[in-house]
Design a protein around this ligand. Structure first.
Ligand code: ADP
Ligand code: MG
Ligand code: ZN
Length: 479
């Protein structure tokens, strides 16, 4: 029998709002335990939630970018469950009227495009964190994370492989970053994916699924999918049944184990949240959000290829992070030289990020200053070596480009006299090389050229040097 893996994802993303969803507490990551809390997010009886408008705004941005239909009359529901990370014993979430429904996203795996359906996106609050205390052997509670706004993005069971899942998560992450919806740091838990997986004979009826949690990296997700798919196939091939349950992935052990049998909606006794009014999303609000959406990475990639003829590799480097594409567009616009700007960002800037261990999110060079350098290079006022040196000075020390070039004497000498003088000296010092060149050895020219450039230092203009050197050699011919 040949088996097929069927996967659906539930992605939770913490929103990058300043404050929590129902109170004014900060959403900053970390902090001393229980310092980012107030009576509302600590679940004290008698407190009332006030919805943060920025949460709805971000949900709309995500929903529109993911081609969803927006529920303009939406509301919150209470999901009751008892667990120490949730002091109220209920989570405010959305079941009956989630804010977004019926979207989709296109992914590409090995050159093949595929549409992944998005069933819904809903808003909810995050829970606190259980912290194991090695001293007492007990478990402590940190409620700093409680009440941080979340979007849960639920896909259709449209994935057939780990590679498709990773491609989707990468594109989703890129989209949410471009939208400014979340910082999507998996290591800080601001992007978390639960993997629902079942197997079936190819094209057959849907099988019973399990849900895997605690997947902290794309790599762990890939491994967990492989493991779970093999585990289910083995059970079925041996005539057994897969039990619908929640399983916890242990990345160190490379295996998952059952945590609890899967609950269904009835177990949570959902009911409309009585402390919050329904949300009315006007056409005007929706239109203004739609108009404010930025151009997304995949659109930028298409545009850069079409308008500038850049390669697939170049455009993916340029759109790898929004700060990178912003910098590229800034330099490009100010220098009116997109090709040289692309070369600068994909070359020197990426190299400098690398050697200085700088993350794209920390990228801060002044686009104007870099544009000045691109212009000087294209106007042949500085040569490429001088350009690279000045780019580095702007990148690391925020140097003023013109002042730096003047101070270091990098302005190119297109003064023919100075070049002739240097070339003449080189020819006089190297009569053998000159004779070799005249005898037809092209290599000798490269040597003479190098020597002359060296004499002129960083201010040498290779084209002028070439021209003058050639002239001098030809004139001296037969002399
Ligand atoms: P629940 O309400 O229990 O969370 P949902 O029906 O909302 O379950 O589905 C949760 C996720 O599981 C969705 O991403 C969905 O695509 C996926 N899913 C549902 N059934 C299956 C299945 N048989 N195999 C794999 N994934 C599934
Ligand atoms: Mg669910
Ligand atoms: Zn609070």
């Amino acid at each position: 029998m040949r088996w097929e893996t069927v996967i659906g994802l539930e992605v939770h993303t913490e929103l990058s709002t300043e404050s929590k969803i129902f109170c004014g507490c900060t959403t900053a990551f970390g902090g001393e335990p229980n310092t980012h809390v107030c009576p509302v997010c600590a679940g004290m009886p008698g407190t009332l939630p006030i919805l943060n408008r920025a949460v709805v705004e971000r949900a709309l941005r995500a929903g529109l970018a993911l081609n969803c239909k927006i529920t303009q009359n939406c509301k919150f529901d209470r999901k009751s469950y008892f667990y120490p990370d949730l002091p109220k014993a209920y989570q405010v979430s959305q079941l009956y009227a989630p804010i977004c429904r019926g979207g989709h996203m296109e992914i590409e795996v090995n050159g093949e495009k595929k549409i992944i359906g998005i069933r819904q996106i809903h808003m909810e609050e995050d829970a606190g964190k259980l912290v194991h205390d090695p001293k007492s052997g007990g478990t402590l509670m940190d409620y700093n994370r409680g009440g941080i706004p979340l979007l849960e993005i639920v896909s259709q069971p449209d994935f057939r492989s780990g590679a498709e899942v990773i491609a989707y998560l990468e594109k989703l992450r890129e989209t949410l970053l471009y939208l400014g919806v979340s910082d999507c740091k998996m290591q800080e838990g601001s992007l978390r994916a639960d993997v629902n997986l079942s197997v079936r004979p190819i094209g057959g009826e849907m099988g019973v699924r399990t849900e895997m949690k605690n997947l902290n990296s794309f790599k762990a997700i890939g491994r967990a999918i492989e493991y779970e798919s093999a585990r289910q196939i083995e059970i079925l091939e041996n005539g057994g049944y897969v039990i619908q349950e929640t399983r916890r992935w242990d990345d160190d052990a490379g295996e998952s184990y059952g945590m609890r049998s899967k609950e269904n909606a009835q177990d949570y006794r959902y009911f409309p949240e009585p402390d919050l009014l329904p949300i009315e999303i006007s056409d005007e609000w929706l239109d203004s959000v739609r108009e404010s959406l930025p151009e997304l990475a995949h659109r930028k990639r298409e545009r850069y290829m079409r308008d500038y003829g850049l390669s697939g590799h170049e455009v993916s480097v340029l759109t790898g992070h929004k700060n990178i594409s912003d910098l590229f567009e800034d330099i490009s616009k100010q220098s009116r030289n997109p090709l040289e700007s692309a070369r600068l960002v994909t070359g020197e800037i990426m190299r400098l990020l690398n050697v200085t261990n700088t993350l794209p999110e920390e990228l801060s060079p002044d686009g104007r200053k870099l544009a000045v350098l691109v212009e000087l290079l294209s106007a042949r006022k500085i040569n490429r070596n001088a350009y690279k040196e000045a780019v580095e000075a702007v990148f690391t020390d925020n140097a003023e480009p013109e002042a730096y070039i003047a101070q270091k004497g990098l302005m190119m000498l297109s003064d023919d006299n100075a070049v002739s003088e240097a070339a003449g000296a080189v020819l006089a010092d190297n009569p053998d090389a000159a004779a070799d060149y005249r005898a037809g050895k092209e290599k000798a020219f490269g040597f003479l050229m190098g020597q002359t450039m060296r004499k002129l230092g960083k201010a040498g203009d290779p084209d002028t040097v070439k021209k003058i050197l050639k002239e001098m050699l030809d004139n001296q011919e037969g002399a």
